[in-house]
Write a protein that binds this ligand. Structure first.
Ligand code: GLY
Ligand code: MN
Length: 462
């Protein structure tokens, strides 16, 4: 946990932005996997963690803006809990450690909220992502899930994003630690990968590293020789000579800050010429975008810049043709790069995405494009000091998409479909780093993970 002053300052930061009412931050409850007493790994809600810091199931944080009071509702352990799980500090002692003086048993929340609703007080809640929290809030407020939906507070969403977007030095330290774990995960993959190994041997090993050093993985590991499928979670393939393998994986620090790194390696330790040609294009998009990124620049422009670099590279190898600026602005590059350049990162790997992607990544200046490819860009607005975001260009050869576009003769003036036949078995390449925006420039976070062709071949053959 951070020092209590951090949590007090964050809660006061909300007070500075909202006038009146009651803010409720329901923490998460244990969630059952296959029978009631067999839960998934507990993951506290990130907003609760941000404002109340306690990594414990079954607590609810309340900020009463009118009374100037912070509360934590939760139940102390009883003898059954002590027998099965051991003694725990009281809710009151835990609350004090994050600067909250007032606590009450969980059943008191219903009494408090129903009284507040009778008096027509404003209740601010955030969007939900877990069914059990909806049922819980429905019970303690007496409102149906549909009514709760209408109570979601846009001013609260905006106020939370206003705070969580700007990372403090203590948060960067946590992300650096998560990056340190990611370094070990990715370099381990590079050393272990070779023909004959099954993907799950690697995926399981790096999940173990994340669990041994931090709070486990920050999202389900993507580790696959079929990197053309963007979020491939199948780990049953045998690594084959001549294939490349994409590993998109990160860890959580002990305080739940994320890392999110992607590397693509040749299974047999050496890129062949065709792989090297495409790899160098993606690498250039990644490194040039990082070099160009700075506060005041929109991430939409960074995405377009990376797209142009990749389209130019694809033209050089004969897969694209024509006016490349036009090919990018009209969306032809999305055949090869059908996703956005990156997203915010922090307590969530896609930071604050549960609050609404458009609130996080867009604003009055930058609106979401409807164009295939660009439409998936999660962060488009201007970069600002304090932001942490990912830069993750990729080139993919997705047979079904290529076939569909070819049949439709889509963008035939920009895409050399005849030459694509030879790439149907190529797979995909993605290279991702995590970047911190400083006052004048940006910095790649963490110990560098092998990324150039030479660095990757060296570690794989060491
Ligand atoms: N690392 C997975 C993603 O950014 O979607
Ligand atoms: Mn990512």
């Amino acid at each position: 946990m951070f020092d209590q002053e951090i949590y007090i300052k964050r809660r006061n930061g909300l007070r500075g932005q909202l006038d009146s009412g009651i803010i409720i931050f329901p923490g998460n409850f244990e969630s059952s996997m296959n029978y009631p007493d067999n839960p998934y790994r507990f993951r506290q809600d990130s907003n609760f963690l941000y404002f109340f810091g306690l990594d414990h199931a079954g607590y609810v944080g309340v900020i009463d803006l009118d009374e100037g009071k912070d509360m934590i509702y939760g139940d102390d352990v009883d003898m059954d809990d002590i027998i099965w799980m051991g003694a725990q500090p009281s809710v009151h002692d835990q609350a004090e450690s994050v600067g909250v003086k007032n606590t009450a048993p969980l059943d008191q929340l219903e009494v408090f909220l129903k009284k507040a609703l009778e008096k027509n007080r404003i209740i601010h809640i955030l969007p939900f992502y877990r069914g059990d929290n909806v049922l819980f809030l429905s019970r303690v407020t007496g409102k149906s899930p549909d009514e709760l939906e209408k109570m979601i507070s846009v001013p609260l969403i905006k106020a939370v994003i206003n705070l969580r977007s700007y990372k403090g030095a203590e948060e960067i330290k946590e992300i650096e630690y998560a990056m340190d774990i990611a370094w070990e995960m990715h370099t381990t993959v590079m050393k272990m990968a070779k023909p004959g190994v099954i993907e799950r041997e690697l995926a399981g090993t790096i999940e173990g590293i994340a669990a041994a050093r931090g709070n486990g993985i920050s999202f389900p590991v993507i580790l696959t020789i079929n990197g053309q499928t963007l979020h491939n979670h199948y780990h049953g393939n045998i690594l084959k000579e001549g294939r490349m393998m994409v590993t998109d994986a990160g860890a959580e620090s002990l305080l739940h800050y994320a890392s999110d790194i992607t590397r693509t390696i040749p299974v047999n330790g050496r890129f062949d010429q065709r792989q090297k040609d495409i790899y160098e294009i993606v690498l250039k998009a990644n490194t040039e975008a990082i070099k160009a990124a700075r506060p005041g620049m929109t991430n939409k422009n960074l995405h377009l810049m990376a797209s142009r670099i990749m389209a130019n590279g694809l033209k050089e190898v004969g897969l694209m043709r024509g006016d490349i600026d036009q090919a990018v602005s009209l969306g032809a590059i999305a055949l090869f790069f059908p996703h956005g350049l990156g997203h915010m990162m922090g307590l969530d790997v896609h930071d604050m995405e549960g609050l609404g992607e458009d609130y996080v990544g867009y604003n009055d200046e930058v609106h979401r494009s409807k164009q295939f490819g660009m439409a998936f860009l999660r962060l488009a607005r201007k970069l600002e000091p304090g932001f942490v975001f990912t830069v993750e260009p990729g080139i993919y050869f997705i047979p079904a998409l290529i076939e569909q576009w070819r049949e439709e003769k889509k963008f035939a003036e920009f895409i050399n479909y005849d030459k694509l036949d030879a790439f149907m078995d190529f797979g995909g390449i993605r290279i991702e780093d995590d970047v911190f925006v400083k006052e004048d420039d940006v910095e790649v976070i963490g110990r560098p993970i092998p990324k150039t062709v030479e660095e990757i071949e060296t570690i794989m053959n060491s």
